[in-house]
Design a protein around this ligand. Structure first.
Ligand code: ATP
Length: 235
């Protein structure tokens, strides 16, 4: 397996405070890697540092073996990395269609933008039905679908999702997880996903990591984490 995205001994945090303590992570090409951990474990800090929102204090981030540590989010987007932050990051006063078109801001080929719009609409038909609706009037689940749709508009090779299930009813979480599987299988994106909903996210993962106080305490097959007692020991 070759890693499309890696961190090596990554240290990161806020001011002098460290929240990520030397994390080695490898997202293999074509897989879904699930990152689990308690509130405050450092998952968001890790994802933000990979995407370039926070500069690493030490260590490296690599894309296809190239050092991209500390590069801007815009440069990362242009190079095929998409990030869906916790809380969606959509423009609530704009329509669904406007949001999706903004998601394709770096794309200069109009035909490709149309093709991606159709891909997003077939993945989430509700977005097509309500393309003219203002996004802020959407439910939490629909906003999450829109946020993922926006991220797909520039055809990412790597998709980073920070807690896509947060605040959603269980049936919607299942729907979002199915869509994530489809994005991975049919659109070929490698996916790095942070989650707290262990039960509904484990089945879509190829591999899993558990992070505790900024350090990796488990890395391997997802199945052993179905064991509640084992999981609680790790958390
Ligand atoms: P959650 O699931 O609640 O988002 P998390 O695993 O993503 O948790 P982080 O948000 O990365 O955890 O937080 C890791 C540590 O960094 C925590 O101790 C948190 O209090 C701290 N932290 C997070 N954001 C900031 C910030 N902007 N300034 C200072 N400290 C922060």
């Amino acid at each position: 397996m070759t890693a499309i995205l890696e961190t090596r001994a990554l240290v990161s945090g806020y001011g002098k405070k460290r929240a990520v303590h030397g994390v080695d992570l490898a997202l293999n090409t074509g897989e879904i890697l699930l990152v689990l951990g308690h509130n405050g474990a450092g998952k968001t800090t890790l994802m933000s540092t990979i995407f370039g929102l926070i500069r690493p204090m030490e260590g490296q981030v690599l894309l296809e073996g190239r050092d991209i540590s500390g590069r801007t989010p815009a440069a990362n987007v242009a190079d095929g990395i998409a990030y869906v932050p916790q809380g969606h990051g959509i423009f609530k006063t704009l329509t669904v269609r406007d949001n999706l078109e903004l998601g394709a801001f770096s794309e200069t080929d109009a035909a490709r933008t149309r093709e991606r719009l159709e891909q997003v609409f077939s993945l989430f038909p509700i977005l097509k039905e309500r393309a003219g609706q203002v996004a802020g009037t959407f439910s939490g689940g629909q906003q999450q679908m829109l946020a993922i749709g926006m991220a797909l508009m520039h055809g990412p090779r790597v998709l980073i999702l920070d807690e896509p299930s947060i605040g959603l009813a269980p049936n919607l979480v299942e729907r979002v997880m199915e869509a994530i599987k489809t994005i991975n299988r049919d659109l070929g994106a490698s996916i790095l996903m942070v989650e707290q909903n262990v039960k509904l996210s484990l089945p879509v993962a190829d591999r899993a990591m558990v992070i505790k106080t900024g350090a990796v305490v488990y890395e391997g097959a997802p199945e052993p984490l179905n064991d509640h007692v084992r999981l609680m020991t790790l958390f």
